[in-house]
Write a protein that binds this ligand. Structure first.
Ligand SMILES: Cc1cc2nc3c(=O)[nH]c(=O)nc-3n(C[C@H](O)[C@H](O)[C@H](O)COP(=O)(O)OP(=O)(O)OC[C@H]3O[C@@H](n4cnc5c(N)ncnc54)[C@H](O)[C@@H]3O)c2cc1C
Length: 259
């Protein structure tokens, strides 16, 4: 599981304070991670830890693999809006980790984390979430007899066209990857665009369902009428992997050359 975020280091991840100090051939880790997805079920956590406090904040970070059953690791569940304990806080108190568990070079963790986040944004920028949400819109469309309603057809078709556009964009980026070319800020645009579309589709789903949308379970056993869970997931998609605002900042700097 990714052990990146901390209580005071989310978007500003480089401010992370979980520290690892070398003692013989072991790192001694102290600190706290938060929002660790499935942290309570994980066997391992890959953590960004501060290994040098005397340099620029991005330069003193390393990438460390920590077994979750190490003495001194404590997880505490965080209950989400759906009452699931999907997240955890993870605490490290004098946790000893073999030196060989460092990935790459010491103090090069920031570069690795940035690359990994880039890959995560390609994944999150794939059209699959928006595509799945759009296919589910047909559920309320049928249930409320709206499939021939011009207002429904207009919104549905608009989303469908946006999805096709996004599909083309995603394929263009995927082709670049297949050719072995380096990707730049376009991965931020992929994530921003996909998650925005996903969110707008699920918002419309909720609008169609009216007060029925407050029901967490499926209606009449039809899972395509359970919109709330997807609506909530779409909110989260604009946060994890880097928030939409952060993606806009990256695009502003890298593409628009703004200060
Ligand atoms: C479902 C889910 C799963 C997650 N899983 C993991 C996980 O497994 N491991 C992990 O390490 N983390 C995980 N996270 C945490 C996630 O990476 C952070 O929530 C995210 O990076 C934002 O950090 P934050 O919550 O501290 O918000 P903050 O950084 O405090 O941001 C709060 C608000 O301020 C805005 N903001 C912040 N800085 C700027 C800026 N410079 N310019 C403009 N706006 C700004 C943000 O966009 C946001 O709207 C998960 C989050 C979610 C929702």
């Amino acid at each position: 599981m990714p052990g990146y975020s901390e209580p005071d280091a989310g978007s500003d991840l480089a401010s992370l304070r979980t520290e690892a100090v070398l003692d013989g051939d072991e790192w001694v880790v102290n600190g706290q991670k938060t929002w660790t997805t499935l942290g309570a079920d994980a066997d391992w956590i890959f953590c960004l830890v501060r290994t040098d406090k005397g340099v620029r904040k991005q330069a003193g970070i390393s990438f460390l693999l920590i077994p979750m059953d190490s003495p001194g690791v404590t997880t505490r569940p965080i209950i989400n809006l759906e009452m699931d304990d999907e997240f955890s806080e993870v605490f490290f108190d004098d946790v000893r980790v073999p030196d060989r568990n460092i990935v790459g070079e010491v103090n090069q963790g920031w570069t690795m984390a940035k690359n990994l986040l880039g890959f995560e944004r390609i994944f999150l920028g794939s059209p699959r979430q928006a595509s799945n949400a759009l296919s589910k819109l047909r559920g309320p469309g049928e249930h409320y007899g709206l499939l021939r309603d011009p207002a429904f057809v207009d919104r549905y078709t608009g989303f469908r066209m946006e999805l096709e556009d996004h599909h083309c964009l995603f394929e263009k980026v995927a082709d670049k990857l297949r050719r072995g070319e380096r990707l730049g800020a376009e991965v931020s645009f992929l994530k921003l665009n996909q998650t925005s579309l996903y969110q707008r589709i699920t918002e419309y789903g909720l609008e169609l369902m009216g007060s029925d949308s407050a029901r967490l379970g499926a209606i009449d056993g039809n899972r395509d009428l359970a919109m709330m869970s997807q609506f909530m997931n779409a909110r989260a998609a604009t946060i994890y992997g880097g928030t939409s605002q952060v993606q806009k900042n990256i695009l502003a700097r890298a593409v628009l050359d703004l200060p």
